[in-house]
Write a protein that binds this ligand. Structure first.
Ligand code: G1P
Length: 293
């Protein structure tokens, strides 16, 4: 098997309005809401970096400029931390900075759907396979989901690889859902997919999670700008048309997923990340157990 081309670039769509989190998201992008002490979007960037991603393309919208600031130096703050010898805090700030020139921003000028958001990044990607990470889907686990997917991509010899997880039938209408084929461990052949099906039409209980490795040909499909579920240009529809042209797999990543676009999911993510952190886990466990002191 020839080695497939490496996955070096990732698209992070962050243009959504975050109306479910108003008033918190009136002036602050939902991707900047903290899970414990890091903005949601930073988890996705760290997961991508761990998977070997070198170029990060953010698809933003109006009012999202603080995401740009977050991934840049904050000279005054850095100088202050240095002066006060707050080395740990300074190191953590500097560690989270992407390398110069590795971050790009483009705008989705109209909210036409996820497929359209990804299409907006096409000139940054060019003609190579790339990753997409939806920061709302937060993965808690080591290694992160994208690294596990890159491993699967290399093992199967390329093509498209998406993340999937089982959800109850009552929730399945909220997601893209796959029709599974052959199963090999945690790697599942994808035979079809449908965006936000009614429960009775769902091909399985395997929902698409917001992690994708896609061939550049997906842009040709997205170019059609056909509207799908909810009147939006859906990434799922373009991916569906690649099945049969490219091999297509889903990975049930060994990690826990939290939907940070949902209030309860967001709170769960805070608890899960908190419990995974040695610095706060003991105190948090005490609180959760109902102990008063
Ligand atoms: C998007 C995708 C959907 C996927 C979901 C994962 O939906 O269209 O296929 O299951 O992300 O989070 P959205 O959350 O934008 O409605």
């Amino acid at each position: 098997m020839t080695k497939p081309p490496p996955i070096r670039k990732a698209v992070l769509p962050v243009a959504g309005m975050g109306t479910r989190f108003l008033p918190a998201t009136k002036a602050v992008p939902k991707e900047m809401l903290p899970v414990v002490d890091k903005p949601v979007v930073q988890y996705a960037v760290e997961e991508a970096r761990e998977a070997g991603i070198e170029q990060f393309i953010f698809v933003t919208g109006r009012g999202k400029h603080i995401i740009e600031d977050h991934f840049d130096h904050a000279y005054e703050l850095e100088a202050l931390l240095k002066e006060r010898e707050k080395t740990k805090e300074l190191d953590s700030l500097l560690e989270s900075l992407p390398k110069s020139g590795s971050v790009s921003f483009t705008r989705q000028q109209k909210p036409l759907g996820l497929g359209h958001a990804v299409w907006c990044a096409r000139h940054f990607i060019g003609n190579e396979p790339f990753a997409v990470l939806l920061p709302d889907d937060l993965c808690v686990g080591k290694p992160g989901a994208l690294k596990q997917m890159v491993q699967a991509y290399n093992d199967v010899g390329g093509g498209a690889v998406i993340a999937a997880e089982e959800r109850p039938l009552s929730e399945i209408h909220r997601y893209g859902v796959i029709a599974p084929g052959k199963i090999d461990g945690n790697v599942i052949e994808v035979k079809g997919m449908v965006e936000k099906p009614k429960a009775e039409k769902a091909p399985s209980l395997l929902r698409i999670v917001g992690r994708y490795i896609l061939p550049a040909e997906v842009f040709r499909e997205l170019d059609r700008k056909e509207k799908g579920a909810g009147g939006e240009i859906q990434l799922t529809d373009s991916m569906q048309r690649l099945i049969g042209i490219h091999q297509f797999h889903a990975v049930k990543a060994n990690c826990s997923w939290y939907d940070c676009g949902d209030k309860v999911g967001f709170l769960q993510a805070n608890i899960a990340v908190g419990l995974s952190r040695p610095d706060i886990a003991p105190a948090l466990k005490k609180v959760l157990s109902g102990a008063k002191f």
